[in-house]
Design a protein around this ligand. Structure first.
Ligand SMILES: Nc1ncnc2c1ncn2[C@@H]1O[C@H](COP(=O)(O)OP(=O)(O)OP(=O)(O)O)[C@@H](O)[C@H]1O
Ligand SMILES: [Mg+2]
Length: 336
């Protein structure tokens, strides 16, 4: 079955063609549009989605060398996400399916992230523990099978990616800050600020699987106020300490859940999983406990439509499809 998928939940416009594997996929990242606001402006994002969806679709079809008429089903992200952005992608995808007289299916964005490591050649088998760390979410799931997800913990305030983005702004970096902060941290030494009584991971010893990130941003703000931000060395040390503290805190709770459940496979998904320092730390800590950590291929860590198509392939195989409706929901519980 040839599936065409659309992702437009935030500030990436993405499409993919999928048939037992990814045939082609395209992502347009809107960061230049939002950079000057240091955050995503939903209406501007939605207008850009509308402009880009048709040309990206054409490029994707050309690259895969298939005709639009060969598409058997259309999938799209129905939520959670920014409502004008979801509406743009959902209306486009639903209309395309209607015109082609094929089924359409709305897909849960977080389920797409959770299943994204299955796009990798080296993929986890069920069950696996997933840490989902993106721009809007930080959650820990036990993934027992397709459609069988148990949520064990989540952030009580900011998402991990959001903490990276906001801290990057505090340190004078440009938006979006996660990747920029990682680059700067490479030049720094984390030990100067990550030792006791300096930068500490909130809720590290809370006895549950929840997270919190708002406090660590405040810690960075106080430390930064005492620093000379023109001194590249000092800023790089602080960036390295922030990255180390957060990624260690995330890794420790993920492995603790896997240990408690007796699960050997770990997956780390979402935009923050693109962080190389995080990947290396999680790999080292997992293997020292006899566990193995899996990731989506780097190009599928941040928002993309390949993961939407993969999720749709499983749901369509169960006979699921939507009626003639357009689904767009800003908040949405994980599906069973
Ligand atoms: N190398 C990196 N290090 C740390 N964070 C990163 C890196 N690359 C990307 N990020 C962060 O990933 C986030 C974007 O990830 P993603 O596209 O999965 O999230 P989103 O779709 O905006 O949110 P959600 O999936 O929760 O709706 C941003 O916060 C960004 O800063
Ligand atoms: Mg996302």
């Amino acid at each position: 079955m040839l599936i065409f998928a659309v992702e437009s939940s935030c500030d990436e416009t993405a499409v993919a063609l999928y048939k037992s594997g990814v045939l082609a996929h395209k992502v347009y990242s809107q960061f230049v549009i939002h950079q000057k606001y240091k955050g995503v402006v939903p209406e501007l994002a939605a207008r850009s989605h509308i402009e880009k969806l048709i040309p990206l679709t054409e490029e994707c079809l050309q690259e895969a060398e298939v005709s639009k008429k060969a598409i058997d089903a259309v999938a799209y992200t129905m939520g959670p996400g920014l409502i004008p952005c979801l509406m743009a992608g959902a209306a486009y995808a639903r209309s395309l399916a209607y015109g082609l007289e094929v089924p359409a299916l709305g897909i849960h964005h977080l389920e797409s992230h959770i299943l994204s490591p299955l796009l990798s050649d080296d993929k986890p088998s069920f069950p696996y523990v997933t840490l989902l760390v993106s721009g809007g979410h930080t959650q820990l799931y036990e993934v027992l099978d397709y459609g069988d997800y148990r949520l064990h913990g989540q952030t009580r305030d900011d998402a991990a990616g959001e903490a990276f983005d906001k801290t990057a702004v505090l340190l004078g970096l440009s938006y979006p800050g996660g990747a920029e902060l990682e680059k700067l941290a490479k030049k720094g030494d984390h030990s100067r600020f990550s030792s006791k009584h300096k930068l500490t991971m909130p809720m590290a010893n809370s006895g549950d699987y929840d997270f919190s990130f708002s406090g660590i941003k405040t810690q960075v703000r106080y430390l930064a106020a005492k620093l000379d931000l023109q001194n590249d060395r000092e800023v790089a040390d602080l960036a390295a300490a922030f990255q180390h503290t957060i990624t260690k805190g995330l890794t420790d709770k993920t492995l603790a859940l896997a240990q408690e459940k007796g699960i050997k496979n770990i997956a780390i998904v979402g935009g923050v999983s693109a962080n190389r320092y995080f990947r290396d730390m999680a790999k080292a800590k997992s293997s020292s406990r006899g566990m193995k950590v899996y990731f989506a291929p780097l190009e599928y860590a941040t928002d993309n439509a390949a993961m939407v198509a993969l999720t749709a392939s499983y749901r369509l195989s169960k006979g699921q499809k939507d009626n003639l409706i357009i689904q767009a929901k800003p908040r949405l519980g994980i599906p069973a």
